[in-house]
Design a protein around this ligand. Structure first.
Ligand SMILES: C[S@@+](CC[C@H](N)C(=O)[O-])C[C@H]1O[C@@H](n2cnc3c(N)ncnc32)[C@H](O)[C@@H]1O
Length: 194
């Protein structure tokens, strides 16, 4: 899922950077009996960090022969993924149908997924997430030279019906990846630095 260079890898196999995953999961409060699903496991950057017994965890991954869109994985309490961008609408609709009423569902996505004309009916149908922290700094999904992030904002879209992210505020917030240096704010008075 890169908006930087316009090229798309096979199956959109862009693993989520570990620091980005960890900055989210440090807020996750699981319940002992929770059933967890990663619908597009990739290399396991999310799946491997979910601290539940193996029998309570499930996954799909097309490159390992499990197509999420046709798999029957049952009802889930917690679903967290960074999906293949081009299949996000299908993934979210299926996940929402599989989520328990007090479940928690998290999708990593571009912020500009929200304002597209063709997705207005989609958002009316699935409903907006109640928490949507912006990932800071912008993650970089393409390998190669350079340290700068991708060219657009990314957010975790969190439908937190079960309040498993109690320390992430409702609405918009920042989720800062560990190791990020945040500069002090400049204070201006009458347009002049104080
Ligand atoms: C953007 S990558 C993210 C991987 C992983 N979720 C992570 O956060 O690191 C998307 C993944 O979705 C997988 N994928 C693509 N289509 C799929 C499908 N229909 N069912 C399951 N996995 C799929 C790709 O092979 C790829 O590993």
């Amino acid at each position: 899922m890169s908006s930087t260079n316009g090229n798309v890898l096979d199956n959109e196999a862009y693993p989520t950077p570990v620091g980005v995953v960890e900055s989210l999961l440090r807020h996750l409060v699981l319940r002992p009996g929770d059933r967890f699903l990663e619908p597009a496991k990739g290399e396991g950057n999310i799946y491997d960090r979910i601290l539940l017994p193996a029998e309570q965890k499930s996954w799909a991954e097309i490159r390992l022969g499990v197509d999420y869109l046709t798999a029957d994985l049952g009802q889930q309490d917690v679903i967290i993924t960074n999906p293949p961008f081009s299949l996000t609408e299908q993934f979210i609709q299926k996940s929402k149908a599989e989520l328990a009423p007090d479940g928690t569902m998290v999708y990593l996505q571009r912020a500009n997924y929200l304002g597209t004309v063709k997705r207005v009916k989609f958002w009316e149908h699935v409903g907006f997430p109640n928490k949507h922290p912006v990932i800071v700094p912008r993650p970089r999904f393409v390998k190669g030279k350079g340290k700068s992030g991708d060219s657009c904002e990314y957010m975790w879209f969190i439908w937190d019906y079960g309040n498993r992210f109690p320390t992430i505020p409702l609405g918009m917030s920042h989720l800062i990846t560990p190791g990020t240096t945040i500069p002090d704010m400049m204070i201006y008075r009458h347009g002049v630095a104080a």
